[in-house]
Design a protein around this ligand. Structure first.
Ligand SMILES: NC(=O)c1ccc[n+]([C@@H]2O[C@H](COP(=O)([O-])OP(=O)(O)OC[C@H]3O[C@@H](n4cnc5c(N)ncnc54)[C@H](OP(=O)(O)O)[C@@H]3O)[C@@H](O)[C@H]2O)c1
Length: 264
């Protein structure tokens, strides 16, 4: 299937590894010019080199900026060319209960997870509307509706993204610009893999045992009953940012392997 993505330009926040990196690779395979992002020039150079090696002819570059630092974000916005496809992917979390989460941690997660998308969308959407074409996609999470008790602040930011996404779609009503959110379930990014490995070492179990425990106790509604691979999330993202997805707009799409339960 031709996804009709050739020669579009995409920016993906937080994409030197994990879901963002896997998405960058798939978009490059579709002929998209991709700008990746991470906090340091070192991580960007490493990721760009890896992408160039795995996708011959890849048009990939990167801009370093830490989304917890407003000044760095402002500098990044000045460097961005016209963006056809904006993927608001960057997201951080800290495992804490509600009573153990100080204001600073609420603000930090809100700054990175929500304000990154606010600022990037405010910058990119007007040009998309002028050109009457664009895609904005927010990477939310199953946590937006599950609200695990140790991820209270993170979950709140992920729920906020759903209203932000819907509101922006409404601003683009009647155009070929669409705005959507996806809600991935637990996915084996580098960070998640390390978390499982650390827990396995701590509890004297294998990684497979930790994964089985997590899904039977923590995600009982999951039908997948395993972590998704980053490519299994990136494939839907790639379709959703393509021209073919025009009928999907202003909505939130579960990529959760069934973990949120329910029919809708
Ligand atoms: N993995 C999951 O289970 C899961 C489930 C549902 C939703 N999600 C969501 O999916 C998105 C991607 O998650 P992931 O697990 O693939 O990510 P991840 O592996 O935790 O993300 C790492 C990426 O984020 C970048 N990054 C971290 N903090 C940053 C900051 N302050 N500014 C700029 N870049 C920053 C890192 O860049 P450098 O290291 O180069 O700085 C790296 O490229 C997130 O929004 C996450 O909440 C993940």
């Amino acid at each position: 299937m031709d996804l009709q993505l050739k020669n579009k330009t995409a920016f993906i926040s937080g994409s030197t590894s994990g879901i963002g990196f896997a998405t960058a690779k798939m978009l490059l395979q579709e002929g998209v010019n991709v700008i990746i992002n991470g906090r340091s020039n070192g991580s960007i150079t490493k990721a760009v080199t890896e992408l160039e090696e795995s996708v011959p002819g890849a048009a990939v570059s990167g801009i370093a900026a830490d989304f917890s630092d407003r000044q760095q974000v402002e500098k990044l916005l000045l460097q961005l060319p016209h963006i056809d496809i904006l993927i608001n992917n960057v997201g951080i979390y800290k495992a804490q209960t509600f009573f153990d989460t100080p204001d600073e941690d609420w603000y930090r997660q809100f700054e990175v997870n929500v304000m990154s998308g606010v600022r990037l969308s405010r910058h990119c959407l007007p040009r998309m509307l002028d050109q009457n074409w664009g895609r904005i996609l927010f990477i939310s999470s199953e946590c937006a509706t599950l609200i695990p008790e140790d991820l209270f602040a993170y979950s709140t930011t992920k729920t906020t993204l759903l209203s932000l996404s819907r509101g922006l779609a409404q601003l683009a009503k009647g155009t070929n610009v669409t705005v959507n959110a996806v809600l991935p379930g637990s996915t084996l990014s580098d960070g998640a893999e390390q978390f499982v490995a650390d827990l396995a070492a701590k509890e004297g179990k294998t990684k497979a045992e930790i994964e089985a425990d997590f899904f039977s106790n923590g995600r009982p509604f999951s039908l997948l009953q395993r972590f998704a691979k980053v490519e299994e999330i990136a494939s839907t993202i790639t379709y959703l940012v393509s021209p073919l997805s025009i009928a999907t707009n202003g909505t939130s799409i579960k990529l959760d392997g069934g973990s949120m339960g329910g029919i809708l």
